[in-house]
Design a protein around this ligand. Structure first.
Ligand code: SF4
Length: 808
């Protein structure tokens, strides 16, 4: 039986038959599974996988199956809130809230100029929202400060693709995963972050014995357990590994010289950069044995097809963009791109972060236009009917630069849409201090941790309560139909944005309203014109066609009416200066190149091989903080748990944060299973129970980043550093220095106190008492002896995810 027709996953809680099933797409991760939403009595009561959708063929993962509980959560916000003079949030009407926002926006512009307004959006809204943010932000407010939490999630995908190929758009698709001989999952724990894709991979592996799977990860993750070859490198050494592998490809004559000569530039510089990266040197830096490096090099060198996926282990690491560029280099060197089963497949994290990049809600201009190219700005001005010189230009400003600008007093108005930066940003105390100084609007269905810094909160519709489109990780545009009306008092993101544009009286150059559409579909029709002729051309799509086709990959136009499964099958890359999305950046410093510098490269339709230099992470373990800290995700939760903590099944599965410690490190410190310990970094501390095992390597600890309540003291981002990658400006969440501190009390043994008696007093087991004090037997305890007792023990057995099979 093939994966395509195995099962339909369903999770419905309803008495009797549901009234209707409404076509939709999962709104959790970037895999983009098709689904139908169950509605009864105008309420969402469940979900089932879409059997006909080519991404998932009826399957859903645990997060997807449980996402609808949040819609019915009793703590939904149902009215706007405004912070009063006493500092309390109090209910307000939409009229009052929007009037205040408009007054503050106008005042900010009048006093500090257009770039005093920053809009920080999300990867979980819809393409229509992002396009509208781009239009309001750039053509209406004239601010260049548009960013999103995609900066934390997928910015490196964009910038590595700009560097190597000239435009965004990941070359391979999930179809290629189905036919490839070799799959390299680089910093991509797909078993936990994209469960349906993982099942799709593993089922083919069970059935056909293919693909050969290489996993690169410092942790022994669920994904790594299924690998043919697990390259368990030291934290922060991705580029050292890739340079070593590239060295082997060149050394052993695996380079497709004819492909390189015809379709790439930059070979000599690239090759010189890896010349000294012998397997021995690479091994010394990465800690991977030489024979494993040689084996990986041989497999990559001899395979006839290969897909490489990347995710946060690459994107959120030191040298993020350089590592992804090195992966692009390897595919180009071997000519493994543009063919079935071939190509880099740089993932995205969130369900529509790719749509935000494509629509221009972050960084670059809509439809992969280059903000440094006057011709592209002219085109946008014509499309929007505004004067070109009113559109802001120049390199993008990431969220960390925006925080700097707030601290410097340059940004005074911050509009936060559909994201929870007070949990997700690195070094979050610093970010909180900055946001507390200025006017902050938070647009969210719930009172998140970010509400603590909000001046106005706008309650918004969730998935299932609005219509629109999303773009997944492999360029598939999916449609989501509205299943139910939002709760009374709640509006969609698009409604709020259109209302704002209206109240701000944003006009085009003829004095007409800047935005003339009023529905998501009308917005999409305008967007299609903006995309025309660009790499992401969507002129061949309509809402109805997207539903009938179960998604289409861009470009979809007259030449490709059924979409495009993989890019660059003609080996023509968008690197002509007049067409490219970027003039690229200096690979070492991140400095944006000028038009003339880019033209001098003479890429002109060829891909660009870049030299890749290894730089060790900025912060390293030291005397005060001797351990590596890394952070990441669990299969049961999504990001800051705004939705998943409201799904009982998911919350019960993983209710607490924890720290994973290698058993040798735990033994050396006599830390016992479940003991609550303090993890301290130069920025802050948390207190979490220890999970002891072999999943992390010695000297490394892992903390899931989902648990961010201000009261809980479990937020990983109390610890993380706010260093960013010079090219993508993505923060380095995966490497920081920390130390483990034990939280113990002293107990002096009195009289004939037994081990059982002492342990019981402190809620411990005798075994814990002995371990904590390095004692072998209860008889080692003597009168007058000073014992260490634990302050708190909390076992956190996070259940592994086992796909439920065989359901109808
Ligand atoms: S794999 Fe991702 S898109 Fe698919 S059901 Fe799970 S969370 Fe949703």
């Amino acid at each position: 039986m093939s994966w395509q027709d195995e099962r339909i996953d369903m999770n419905v809680y309803s008495q009797g038959e549901v009234d209707r099933w409404v076509y939709s797409t999962c709104n959790i991760c970037s895999v983009g599974c098709g689904c139908h939403v169950a509605v009864k009595d105008n309420q969402i009561v469940g979900i089932k996988g879409n059997r006909n959708h080519p991404i998932n063929r009826g399957r859903l993962g645990p997060k997807g199956e449980n996402q609808w509980y949040a819609n019915n959560s009793p703590d939904r916000l149902l009215t706007p809130l405004i912070r009063n003079h006493a500092g309390q949030l109090e209910p307000a009407s939409w009229e009052e809230a929007m009037a205040l926002i408009v007054t503050k926006a106008k005042a900010s512009i009048a006093k500090q100029g257009s770039n005093s307004i920053a809009i920080y959006s999300t990867g979980q809204a819809y393409l229509e929202d992002y396009y509208t943010i781009a239009k309001i932000g750039r053509a209406g407010l004239h601010t260049h400060l548009l960013d999103a939490n995609t900066r934390l999630c997928t910015a490196t995908t964009e910038f590595c693709l700009l560097q190597s190929f000239g435009a965004d758009g990941t070359p391979a698709s999930f179809d290629d995963v189905d036919v490839t001989d070799t799959l390299m999952l680089f910093g991509h724990n797909v078993a936990e972050t994209g469960t349906v894709l993982h099942e799709r991979i593993m089922q083919r592996k069970e059935r056909e014995g293919h693909p050969y799977i290489i996993v690169v990860d410092p942790r022994l993750t669920l994904t790594a357990r299924n690998a043919d070859l697990h390259l368990q490198l030291r934290p922060g050494t991705n580029v050292a590994l890739l340079n070593g592998l590239t060295h082997i490809l060149i050394r052993d004559g695996y380079v497709d010289q004819s492909f390189v000569d015809q379709y790439t530039i930059g070979y000599d510089q690239m090759a010189a950069a890896v010349q000294d990266w012998t397997p021995e040197r690479s091994s010394e830096v990465t800690g991977i044995p030489v024979d494993q490096l040689e084996e990986a090099g041989r497999v990559i060198g001899q395979t006839t097809s290969m897909v490489t996926t990347t995710l946060q282990g690459t994107f959120q690491s030191a040298d993020a963009t350089t590592a992804c560029v090195a992966i692009n280099n390897m595919h180009l060197l071997r000519g493994l791109i543009g063919k079935p089963g071939c190509g880099p497949l740089h993932m995205a994290g969130q369900p529509s972060s790719s749509a935000n990049r494509t629509a221009g809600g972050v960084g670059t201009y809509p439809a992969q236009r280059n903000p440094m190219n006057p011709q592209h700005i002219e085109e946008m001005a014509t499309l929007w009917n505004v004067e070109p010189d009113t559109l802001p230009t120049g390199p993008e400003k990431g969220i960390e630069e925006q925080i700097d600008m707030i601290e410097e007093g340059k940004v005074t108005f911050f509009w936060n849409i559909g994201t929870n930066p007070m949990v997700s940003l690195p070094n979050r105390r610093r970010a909180r201090k900055a946001l507390e100084k200025i006017f902050v609007v938070v647009q969210d269905p719930f009172l998140t941790e970010t509400a603590k810094v909000a001046d106005v909160i706008l309650p918004v519709a969730l998935w299932g309560e609005k219509e629109g489109t999303m773009e997944n990780a492999d360029r598939t545009i999916n449609i989501l139909r509205k299943a139910v009306e939002p709760p009374q008092g709640v509006k969609s993101d698009l409604q709020i944005l259109l209302d704002f544009a209206d109240r701000m009286e944003l006009k085009d150059k003829d004095g007409q309203p800047l935005i003339s559409y009023s529905t998501p579909e009308e917005c999409f029709e305008e967007w299609k014109k903006v995309s025309s002729g660009r790499p992401c051309d969507m002129t061949g799509m309509t809402y109805d066609k997207l539903e009938q086709s179960n998604g289409l990959r861009w470009p979809t136009n007259d030449q490709h009416p059924e979409g495009t499964p993989r890019l660059y099958s003609d080996y023509k890359f968008p690197t002509h200066a007049d067409y490219a999305q970027s003039y690229t950046k200096d690979q070492f410093s991140g400095r944006p190149l000028s038009h003339d510098e880019f033209v001098k490269k003479e890429a002109n339709g060829r891909a660009i091989l870049h030299p890749t230099r290894y730089l060790a992470p900025t912060e390293q373990p030291n005397q005060d903080y001797p351990m590596w800290l890394t952070t990441g995700r669990l299969v049961w939760h999504w990001h800051t748990r705004t939705k998943t903590a409201r799904a009982p099944h998911l919350q019960m599965a993983a209710p607490n944060g924890y720290v994973e410690i290698h058993e040798d490190d735990a033994a050396a410190m006599s830390i016992v299973q479940g003991e609550v310990v303090r993890i301290r970094s130069p920025r802050g501390w948390i207190e979490v129970p220890a999970r002891i095992g072999k999943a992390v390597q010695k000297g490394l600890v892992f903390v899931p980043f989902h648990y961010g309540s201000w009261e809980g003291n479990q937020a990983a981002n109390e610890l993380t550093a706010d260093f960013t990658d010079p090219l993508s400006k993505q923060p380095t969440f995966k490497q920081a220095a920390c130390r483990i501190e034990k939280l113990r009390k002293e107990h002096i043994v009195i009289g004939e106190e037994s081990a059982e008696y002492i342990a019981e007093q402190y809620n411990m087991t005798v075994e814990h008492l002995l371990q904590a004090n390095r004692l072998n037997t209860p008889y080692d305890i003597q009168m007058g002896q000073s014992l260490e007792v634990l302050i708190s023990v909390l076992n956190t057995p996070v259940p592994p995810y086992i796909p439920q099979r065989g359901r109808a």
